[in-house]
Every structure is written in C-alpha cells, then in structure tokens.
Design a binder for this molecule. Structure first.
Ligand code: F6R
Length: 364
C-alpha cells in the first residue's frame, strides 16, 4: 500500500504533483483559462468579508489564503482557530461568508464553529477532503480538495490541495468582484497550471534535504521565519517538524524576530528562512543578517535570484525554481515537508503515527 515508500507520509508527499493536477483539473475549464467550479453558487460580489475557521494545518492554509483574498479580491478576512471561535461566539456581520477548512471533515471544534455560523453567516462553505463527512454535509456548499485518502497523521498533500482550492476561490472572488479581468485571470491560472511541474522540481531536492536533515536532527530547537504569505509557511514548517521529529520548533513572521525570538539565537540554533526573491526579500535578508550576526545557523529556502543576493554567510541554502507569486506558498510547502520527514527518519521516530496525535480529532 505504501507503493514502495518507507512511510505513508513519504508516499503522500510524492503524490502531490498528481493530486494537485487532479484538483486543478476539477476546478478549471478544459482549456485551463477559466474557472469551471464553483460557478455562481458563491455570491462573491454580494459579500463584504470572509470568516475562515479551522484547526492545525488547515488553519495554516486559511492564514495563507487570507493574503490571497485580501490582495487579489480586496476582501477582508478574519482567520480563527475553531476552538477559540466556537466559544468566543464572535459577531457575524451581514454579508459575511463563513469558510471552513478540514481534511477529515469531522474535527469537533470546526464542526461546532460551522453550526454556530449557520443562520448567522450569509453562506457557509466547506473545503474538505472527505466528501461524505459531517462538515461537508452540514455546510451550504462543500468543495472537495481531491487529495485522496491521507493516512500519515501529519498532513501533507491535503495541505497543498487545500491551498490550491483556496487560491482558485480567491481568483474566483477577484474576478467576480471586478478586481481582475479575463486576461489577468487566465494569466494567474496559467501559473497555477504550472504548479504540478514546479512541485516535481522541488521534490527532486530530496537528496540535499536528506543530508541537511542529518544535521537538523541534532538540534533541540529550530526557528522558521517568513514574511507575507511565507509567514504561514514558516508556521507550517515548524508544525510539521515538531509533530514528527519532536524537535521544538517555532514559526515567526520575520519582522517579529527582534520582538522576542532573537533572544534564542545562538550558534546551535538552526533558523530556517523561507524567502523567495519577491518585493519583501530585502526586508527578510536584513532579518537574516541579524541572525547571522549572532552566530545563528541559517538555512535559506529561496530561488536562484534570492540565493545570489543572500551572500555567502548562510549555513545552507535550498534553491527552488522561480514561480508566480500566487503559487509560491504551495511550492515552498514541499521542502518544509521533506525537511520534517527526513529529520524524523534520521531521529528514528514513528513518522506516520507520531506519539500523542490522532489523525482525526473528533473530541474537543
Ligand atoms: C497537522 C495536522 C493537524 C490537522 C488538524 C485539523 O499535520 O494534520 O494539525 O490539520 O487536526 O484536521 P482536519 O483538517 O481534519 O480538520
């Protein structure tokens, strides 16, 4: 069943080019130029804001999508972890779309949050992997991510498929609200169509990542940094690493470094900086310099232009292919997953069944 892989997690990481292509094919028209689904089931022109609710990795997918919805569609987005949202019982203004993301579709807190929103939000939409789940059934509209069964407790392919569906939704919203025209939409979709190929290139970094992971396995703590839509990816990198390797890891917005976590930086501290060469790159490099000045070991995950500009002092670098800005967060999930996976393998932990964790959290 593991198709020759040592763990389900590895199989699921390497399945991503195929399942991402499946998800893209499902949501786009045959020529890939327009969005086929959803059609007018969601009235994006008729809403003023989005409330997104989820747990764990699905919550991190929501944090990433916030950047897309705000920037592309001009829609303000609030993101909450479901366990907080459900008991806070926040006011839900008119014309709010409530969006729930869950791989299993059975997470107790997310389901409770959905029930709270029914009758209060203009519409409830669920982005799920398990199409026959409670969350899919009880929402007004369920959108499948088509990742296929995910067995590894640490979510990998479900995360990138969630992001892909959310990116398509953000583009749909931007188009429906008149923020991008047909040509701009087609341009973004072309970028999305290239994603499975880029993911293949990223997966080919497995050998250097495996070597790096031997070193990371010696660490007691690790810090992940990112800016903009890479900030949630830093959170995801840290979550994956701590879940399966039990190394204490934290993800921070790069700009928050000097507001606390820099106190932790010393010669033994690996700092993983996720930074494509975008309009925020220079800012992140200056944060990186602060880490280097304190002897921190920087692993820079970037693209060719970023690697060139970053200088020679970084401890290690991983170079990803250039990608359109929209798909970068999805692409950068790949090295984060591989790094966590190989670090856990190097430590000899139970990758598919990490201690204390369950795949589906149906009790709060
Ligand atoms: C992390 C992980 C968990 C889940 C979380 C939500 O790798 O898998 O954090 O993302 O328990 O589960 P779902 O998506 O089923 O609601």
């Amino acid at each position: 069943e593991k198709a020759g892989y040592k763990h389900f997690m590895a199989k699921e990481i390497f399945e991503q080019p195929v399942v991402l292509a499946d998800a893209i094919r499902h949501y786009l028209s045959d020529d890939g130029q327009t969005i086929a689904r959803p059609g007018d089931e969601i009235d994006f022109a008729g809403i003023d804001r989005i409330a997104m609710v989820a747990c764990g990795t699905a919550y991190i997918a929501c944090l990433t999508a916030k950047y897309w919805f705000e920037r592309l569609a001009g829609l303000p987005v609030d993101v909450d972890v479901a366990s907080e949202f459900r008991y806070r019982e926040p006011p839900i203004p008119d014309r709010t779309l409530a969006l729930f993301v869950s791989q299993s579709g059975e997470t107790a807190d997310t389901l409770a949050a959905l029930r709270f929103c029914k009758g209060r939000a203009a519409q409830t939409v669920a982005v799920v992997n398990v199409a026959e789940s409670s969350i899919a059934r009880e929402s007004d509209l369920a959108l499948p991510i088509l990742a296929g069964v995910e067995i590894g407790v640490a979510s990998t392919k479900a995360f990138t498929c969630q992001l892909t569906v959310l990116a398509i939704l953000a583009l749909k919203a931007a188009h429906a609200r008149g923020r991008i025209d047909d040509a701009a939409l087609a341009g973004h979709l072309e970028g999305l169509n290239g994603l499975p190929g880029l993911v293949n290139v990223a997966l080919a970094l497995e050998t250097p990542i495996k070597a790096l992971a031997q070193r990371l396995a010696e660490a007691e703590d690790a810090l992940f940094l990112g800016r903009g839509a890479m900030f949630p990816l830093a959170l995801e990198g840290a979550l994956k690493l701590k879940e399966i390797s039990y190394i204490h890891a934290e993800g921070y917005a790069s700009g928050e470094l000097k507001h606390g976590p820099i106190a932790l930086v010393d010669k033994r501290m690996p700092v993983i900086v996720m930074a494509p060469h975008d309009r925020l790159f220079d800012k992140t490099v200056s944060n990186m310099q602060e880490v280097l000045a304190r002897g921190g070991k920087v692993l820079l995950i970037t693209d060719a232009a970023g690697a060139e500009e970053a200088g020679e002092e970084v401890w290690q670098r991983l170079v990803l292919p250039d990608a359109p800005e929209l798909v970068e967060p999805i692409l950068y999930a790949i090295p984060a997953q591989l790094l966590a996976y190989h670090t856990a393998v190097a430590k000899g932990t139970d990758v598919d069944q990490p201690r204390n964790l369950a795949k589906s959290v149906t009790v709060e």
